[in-house]
Design a binder for this molecule. Structure first.
Ligand code: CTP
Length: 402
């Protein structure tokens, strides 16, 4: 299969250096990327960096390298154009159809999806001129990612930071994989709860029983739900990942804390997805002081007690009629038979069964699964990014929400 062709437009802002990371992610995941910087972008990152990282010349003007880079063809043949960072000036030019350099010409010739990742000072972002330009671009079908909130170029902080390159990459991946379906807010007006990470059960002030879950799959679910318009509560157990933009993140440490947070958020939720790896057992006793080794003595045996099964509990006592509950399971043998039995035992609507295989490791960016439905359906999800599995889960949830 041909590599998808991506045009990475870079306009002149200090965040241009972050576009190098986006470029690296795009090329490493099998995209053919052509970088089109504006002349002012080259003040921040030079042509040599862009061409070395992309493997193509990076030209700014329509009359440079005309024999190699016909300006009309770059836009025409692209599968995706992403502009990161998009300055206020670039957004204004795009909204008004100006074409005074290669990037703005490319925008006029492109017929593929276009993603803008704006970065600018808060005042510039909030100015009615910028807001109207953004509204115009969105009305025409472009994706304009909301800027992040945080430290800006100088000492000031506020809305206007370029979103994390990983977040921009994820938006690009969704738009390439799903086309305009990636833009439909089919979870708008819905509240969804996602649990992620792994719970930890303390033995004493310094030790715990835990697991290797990093939270990647749950975070991908939260991010995809935000992109589809949902209000998202992410109950995160011991994950070190950055908060997904737009989700309300609630932290939990133990299974008891996770249960409390999930039950509270589920009270008005349309869907609950239990992606967290929940400890099935906890130590029967918590030692207030650190457990010490004693010379010549065998260690005390560790007594464990069962934790409540949160998934079974929320499935049995639906907080809202029509609430959809989704669970996860890892199986090595008899995947489908074991998965079916677990689905029935837990009483949920959908069970994502991870086939534990050679690619599967905790913390990986990828996953492979079958989603079993209580109605007898089976949806295989081929080996691929966790974001793609997340979208398949939400597709199935949306269908059941009616
Ligand atoms: N789960 C839960 N509460 C628990 C244990 C698990 O809500 N105390 C949820 C998990 O979030 C996940 C699913 O139940 O959605 C996993 O179920 P589990 O029975 O733990 O299955 P496996 O992880 O596949 O492990 P095993 O069958 O080996 O016990």
């Amino acid at each position: 299969m041909d590599k998808p062709e991506v045009v990475l437009g870079v306009s002149g802002g200090i965040a241009a250096y972050k576009a190098c990371e986006l470029l690296r992610r795009l090329t490493e995941s099998g995209h053919d990327v052509r970088v089109v910087p504006t002349a002012s972008a080259l003040h921040f990152i030079g042509e040599a960096t862009w061409s070395a990282l992309s493997g193509h010349p990076a030209t700014t003007e329509v009359w440079e390298s005309v024999h190699e880079v016909p300006h009309v063809r770059i836009g025409q043949s692209a599968d995706l154009v992403v502009i990161a960072p998009a300055t206020a000036d670039l957004l204004a030019k795009a909204a008004h159809g100006l074409a005074d350099d290669l990037l703005t010409n490319t925008l006029l010739t492109a017929r593929c999806p276009v993603v803008f990742a704006p970065a600018m000072h808060t005042e510039m972002w909030e100015h009615p001129a910028t807001q109207e330009n953004v509204a115009t671009l969105r009305r025409r079908g472009a994706v304009v990612i909301e800027p992040a909130v945080g430290r800006l170029t100088g000492v000031d902080t506020g809305k206007g930071r370029l979103p994390d390159p990983g977040e921009i990459f994820e938006v690009c991946r969704r738009v390439l994989a799903r086309g305009t379906a990636a833009l439909t807010a089919d979870l708008a007006g819905r509240h969804v709860v996602v649990s992620a990470g792994g719970t930890r059960e303390p033995l004493d002030p310094v030790r715990f029983l835990g697991n290797r879950s990093t939270g990647r799959q749950g975070y991908a679910l939260a991010r995809a739900a935000v992109a589809r318009g949902a209000r998202v509560t992410l109950v995160s157990a011991n994950s070190e990942l950055p908060d997904p933009a737009g989700a309300d993140v609630v932290r939990a440490g133990t299974t008891a804390q996770l249960r409390e947070a999930v039950l509270k958020a589920a009270a008005d939720a349309d869907a609950v997805v239990m992606a967290a790896a929940v400890a099935d057992f906890r130590p029967a006793r918590y030692a207030e002081g650190k457990i010490k080794k004693r010379e010549g003595q065998e260690p005390e045996p560790l007594d464990l007690v069962r934790n409540p099964d949160i998934l079974a509990e929320i499935s049995a006592e639906r907080a809202r009629s029509g609430q959809i509950v989704v669970g996860f399971a890892a199986e090595t043998d008899d995947v489908l038979a074991n998965g079916r039995a677990k689905l029935a035992r837990k009483g949920c609507d959908l069970l994502v069964v991870n086939e534990v295989g050679e690619h599967k490791t905790f913390g990986a960016e990828t996953n492979e699964a079958v989603v079993l439905g209580a109605d007898g359906t089976e949806t295989p999800v081929p080996y691929g990014p966790k974001g793609a599995l997340a979208d398949t889960v939400w597709d199935l949830v949306v269908r059941r929400l009616g």
